[in-house]
Design a protein around this ligand. Structure first.
Ligand SMILES: [Zn+2]
Length: 97
């Protein structure tokens, strides 16, 4: 027979406290549930996601490799990245959702 007692367990987790733009240095405290968002609001959405995943993915094992990630604020995305991609001949794919 086993007998259990209720025990409080304290654990540490990494919580995103702030995010800084890699280009202009703008710092924000994102909403706790939306790490990719540059607003502190639960309802406004202003996300930028720039990643490159390079590696292997086998069924059941998940992804193994490297992820290149940049934190770029929406202002720098519009001011720098869109013109840069357009200078290379790339047009953005814009969806209305
Ligand atoms: Zn920026």
């Amino acid at each position: 027979m086993r007998e259990y007692v209720e025990e409080e367990v304290v654990r540490k987790v990494d919580r995103l406290a702030k995010k800084t733009c890699d280009i202009c240095g703008k710092t924000v405290k994102p909403h706790q549930y939306h790490d990719d968002d540059w607003t502190a609001s639960a309802f406004d959405v202003s996300k930028t996601i720039i990643e490159y995943h390079s590696g292997h993915s086998y069924p059941g094992d998940g992804f193994m490799g490297e992820i290149y990630h940049y934190d770029i604020c929406p202002d720098c995305f519009e001011k720098h990245l869109i013109p840069f991609f357009e200078s290379l001949g790339a047009e953005p794919q814009v969806e209305d959702v």
